[in-house]
Design a protein around this ligand. Structure first.
Ligand SMILES: NC(=O)c1ccc[n+]([C@@H]2O[C@H](COP(=O)([O-])OP(=O)(O)OC[C@H]3O[C@@H](n4cnc5c(N)ncnc54)[C@H](OP(=O)(O)O)[C@@H]3O)[C@@H](O)[C@H]2O)c1
Length: 271
């Protein structure tokens, strides 16, 4: 059955021109901003979200007609319902949604500070659930809807200090598998992107070696290239993803040989 053309200006113009209408969270910096620049360069209409409105407005400046700013905190359930309403005023169709918003906080000395875990899960896991919840009715109006979540290669094996971050991305990975299973009879493509180390504000304070560090522009190119195929998981760079995936299978090797070289814990706290 043919769906009626969207009635909002963004929807109608873009569908007729064969261009996509996209919503990208985490667009105010790093990988998200690089994705926006590439999509806009190809003529697509992009709604950009994040908490930092100034950064989003700066991103919008060169292409005010193709970029619409929608400020929101993806981890705030009520604010996301509001964002959903605002989204529906901008367009009645979304062809591509990339849930890229995320934060990273490391464990030190296994403090197990639950507040830290909640902050990380709010952005990295519940943020994606909120994003999909608001996007789904608009994705349903697209002829070829795609929902992308940005996970991390860190969820393939247990990295020292990454208890909160890696667990949030592992939960996201299961969530995406489950959504994929649940939508296997309907027209929605779901894609999990798992980057290695990317040179963005998120990794700026990392004080350890980051093998095969990539620029956000190169990461955006890899993601869009992957999306042009039909993969449901996009891992990169391959030089890192292949060995990690192998170690994910040979888990004793990782925990006996690699992890002891990486952990900073030499003694358990007794207080
Ligand atoms: N850099 C890496 O090495 C790497 C590796 C694997 C996966 N990733 C993932 O890639 C994604 C993008 O990260 P990045 O490296 O590009 O880092 P980044 O430059 O710090 O970008 C993170 C983005 O997420 C947004 N954000 C964070 N919390 C948010 C919230 N509660 N609500 C709305 N937006 C929020 C930030 O915007 P505001 O501050 O404006 O809200 C920012 O735009 C993240 O999911 C990250 O986990 C990164």
């Amino acid at each position: 059955m043919n769906r009626p053309l969207p009635t909002s200006p963004a929807g109608r113009d873009h569908q007729l021109a064969g261009k996509k209408i996209a919503w990208i969270t985490g667009a105010s910096s790093g990988i998200g901003a690089a994705l926006v620049r590439r999509l806009v360069a190809e003529g697509h209409f992009v709604i950009v979200s994040g908490r930092n409105r100034d950064a989003l407005l700066k991103l919008q400046q060169p292409s005010p007609k193709l970029i619409k700013v929608l400020t929101c905190d993806v981890g705030d359930d009520a604010a996301m319902v509001e964002a959903g309403r605002a989204l529906a005023e901008i367009t009645d169709q979304l062809d591509l949604v990339i849930a890229c918003a995320g934060v990273c906080e490391y464990e030190d000395d296994l403090e197990l500070d639950v507040k830290r875990y909640r902050r990380v899960f709010d952005a990295n896991f519940f943020g994606v659930v909120n994003t999909l919840r608001q996007a789904l009715p608009l994705l349903a109006n697209s002829r070829a809807p795609v929902f992308v979540a940005v996970g991390s290669l860190s969820s393939v094996v247990g990295f020292p200090r990454a208890e909160a971050y890696g667990a949030s991305k592992a939960a996201l990975s299961y969530f995406m598998d489950s959504v994929r299973a649940d939508t296997s009879r309907v027209r929605l493509r779901t894609v999990l992107v798992r980057p290695g180390f990317i040179d963005t504000p998120l990794t700026k304070s990392n004080d350890f070696d980051m093998p095969f560090l990539m620029s956000p522009e190169r990461a955006a190119e890899r993601i869009l290239r992957g999306l042009s195929g039909n993969a449901s998981v996009i891992d990169f760079p391959r030089r890192l993803s292949w060995p990690l995936r192998m170690l994910g299978v040979l888990r004793p090797v990782w925990y006996k040989l690699c992890a002891p070289r990486m952990t900073r814990i030499r003694k358990l706290r007794n207080t």
